[in-house]
Design a binder for this molecule. Sequence first.
Ligand SMILES: *Cc1c(COP(=O)(O)O)cnc(C)c1O
Length: 447
Amino acid sequence: MPLTAPRVPSPASHETGGPSIWPRSTRPEHSGDVTVAGVSLAETAGRFGTPVYVLDEEEVRERCRTYRTAFPEADVVYAAKAFLCRAMVHWAQEEGMGLDVCSAGELMLAVTTGFPPEKIVLHGNAKSPEDLSTAVRLGVGRIVVDSASEIARLAAIVPHGSRQQVMLRVVPGIAAGGHVKVRTGTEDQKFGLSITDGSAQHAVARVLGQPRLELVGLHCHIGSQITTVKPYVAAVRRMVGLMARIREQHGVELPQLNIGGGHGIAYRPGEESLDVPQLAARVRAELRDGCAKVKLPVPRLTIEPGRAVVGPAGICVYRVLAVKRTGSQTFVAVDGGMSDNPRPALYGVRYAPRLIGRHSTAEPRLVTVVGRHCEAGDILAEEVPLPEDVHPGDLLAVPVAGAYHLSMASGYNLVGRPPVVAVKDGTARTLVRRESLDDMNRRDVGL
Ligand SMILES: *Cc1c(COP(=O)(O)O)cnc(C)c1O
């Protein structure tokens, strides 16, 4: 189970069971500091300032390899929206991954970094004219059509004499995912075309009727932060059923099936993560048996992990700015929060920060770790055991910070987005620099 990291001496003394929530290279030091890939987190905070996002390059690469090993027969496509920068594009390419993008912006970043466009998949429930024209112009491999109106719009911009490969995003009618806001496999949300009301079947006919579009397969993405294999197996069964009906109606056997991403990871000690090799084995078996039953050739599989590739490879280091004791509660406020990590405010998720950079013999006390922003919901963690003597100037490290933090970061309170520092073999290097007040002021051009 390569995604469940070996139990390195855990830097969080209260960790119990489940996969480690720290990168495999994490080592606690006697000083109370923690090193990742041989780099001290406290020194990194001193050198680059706080908040700082630290990304363990080898952990990202190993996670890519885990997927490639588990799914040798499939296209493994990294979902760029989880975290994207030029270095990440290189790593994905070097590890043999494809790339899944949701906008002309993500697409341009990837292609101008040298990523082969034919290995890119474009998604989106509402693609702008610019998204579509950029994708066609750059020669994106596959475009996943998400609505009926997109079909004619797309066909109209494909140049005469060429054909664009498309897939259709289908709603398989499966509820799965860590939070209602990340469930995308059911009828009552904005993504995809329904099988039950016939819109998926209708769209199949429409695409087949467009000579400049080539329908290569079906796509589904049932949600995110899913920790069990079962919903994926169920989705495969529904999709194979639909593929069989498409053959009956239109006489075409679709050569590809994309079952999206959404693979869950542990954010706190004791939480579960999705077992990737088990997912591969069960999906492969269902696909083989399901296709055999209806005498369909087994389609080529695509999977699109985002969070599980990069989430556990990232750590955010904050500095404590204030400690406030109010009645029964202690609030420990840090120098970042919902502007660099909106997940707690969006989904109510909680993290497991720990003190780094000094050794404390003080008794642990349960505290609430909050951000610096002007929202009461700017809460990073509740009931966190931190030493009683935690004080302003201390450093807190938050593990599992690699996915859906900076990619969702905002300009709230004009705090500026933190830098991303890659660590590898004892050295740290900046991937993305800190956003300065000057960067923000430059956009403000009116008076
Ligand atoms: C977001 C998304 C993914 C990746 O989801 P994770 O939870 O990060 O694995 C994959 N495919 C599609 C279509 C998505 O929208």
